[in-house]
Design a protein around this ligand. Structure first.
Ligand SMILES: Cc1cc2nc3c(=O)[nH]c(=O)nc-3n(C[C@H](O)[C@H](O)[C@H](O)COP(=O)(O)O)c2cc1C
Length: 333
């Protein structure tokens, strides 16, 4: 797969095992590649003559106002990319009005990241661990530090088969196999209780039936993801799963292979309320620290604004399913 400029710069500065850990997918990396390629199959139907002099990307996620529907997906161990780790990422997210999702596997304590964010909203990603007491402690700390929602990762009962599970620098702290393989939909209610009632988002949903069961079990939203192709290799590309999940009417987000503003536009048109990015943030952080991430976020949002303008959609509410072209029944003549 061709690398972006930022990815090439990150490769040049990162230890090879760290680069591998960040970049890699599971198995033959089929799903990792499919995530990126699938966006290009979504063909758009732009509108004309719609006054796009002012384009506004603001929206709300679980009732919280954000400057952009582009959010930061949870990714582990930012300290491998920058000495400030997640505090650098947080400062950039705060300045961009971008929602940060902090990983359970943060290099920095959750309290430090909350301080770097100030009043900016953020969510905390939860791996339910075999040690439920440790999970409860983490959730209680995140709640006390001001997380606005919990993102329960549902696709990791075991780690997928990857070439690098954790780089040498973190391996001693991170014994393999801590994830609880027996998590169920009942853990949604458990997390709500432990957090004193925070909204729960379930991440890793790829099917409408699962989205409905999540909602019936108390989830506020679902997040279409295959973990950046790091879990079940051969799983559907996220953009292909998105219409079925969003079609349930449950609030839906998506990540996986989003690299350009037009991909964000496609995701929103297919029914996502927010679109999250993973690896591009790590590349920007490695190559340029907080400033690098600031540049990534402002550049991507400017790219989204231009895509919205050219599609004839000056506000997020104008990004509707009719922007997606579908082949005429009976085929193309
Ligand atoms: C290095 C790396 C670490 C990740 N760590 C986590 C994690 O701790 N928790 C989680 O729910 N997802 C994790 N993910 C998955 C991301 O949240 C997200 O689903 C994925 O990266 C999106 O795809 P993209 O990288 O193509 O944008 C990780 C992904 C990568 C690449």
């Amino acid at each position: 797969m061709a690398e972006s400029g930022a990815e090439e710069r990150a490769r040049a500065v990162l230890e090879p095992d760290v680069f591998d850990y960040y970049a890699g997918g599971a198995g033959d990396q089929t799903t990792r590649a499919a995530n990126v390629a699938a966006w290009d199959r979504i063909v758009l139907r732009p509108r004309v003559l719609r006054d796009v002099a002012a384009v506004d990307t603001r929206t709300t996620l679980l009732g919280t106002g954000v400057a952009t529907p582009i959010g930061l997906a949870p990714t582990a161990f930012h300290g491998l990319a920058d000495p400030e780790g997640e505090a650098a990422t947080a400062a950039a997210a705060r300045d961009g009005g971008t929602l940060l999702t902090l990983s359970t596997r943060s290099s920095r304590p959750v309290e430090d990241v909350a301080t770097a964010l100030g009043p900016a909203p953020w969510w905390f990603q939860v791996y339910v661990l075999r040690d439920r007491g440790r999970t409860r402690d983490l959730v209680e700390r995140a709640t006390a530090a001001g997380a606005r929602a919990l993102v329960l990762t549902g696709d990791t009962p075991f780690l997928g088969p990857r070439r690098t599970y954790a780089p040498a620098a973190v391996r001693p702290e991170e014994p393999a196999g801590q994830e609880a393989p027996d998590i169920t939909f009942d853990d949604i209610a458990w997390l709500r209780e432990v957090s004193g009632g925070l909204p729960i988002v379930v991440k890793g949903v790829l099917r409408a039936d699962d989205a409905r069961t999540c909602a019936a079990s108390g989830a506020a939203a679902v997040w279409v993801s295959n973990h950046g192709g790091r879990q079940l290799d051969g799983a559907v590309a996220t953009v292909d799963a998105l219409p079925e999940v969003a079609g349930t009417g449950v609030e839906t987000y998506v990540d996986g292979g989003v690299r350009r503003g037009v991909d964000v536009l496609r995701g929103l048109a297919l029914g996502a309320r927010a679109v999250f990015i993973g690896r591009p943030v790590l590349w920007a952080l490695a190559a340029g620290g907080a400033e690098g991430v600031r540049g990534l976020l402002s550049g991507l949002n400017a790219d989204l604004e231009l895509s919205m303008a050219l599609a004839g959609a000056p506000a997020i509410s104008d990004v509707t399913p009719d922007l997606v072209w579908t082949p005429p029944a009976g085929g193309i003549r």
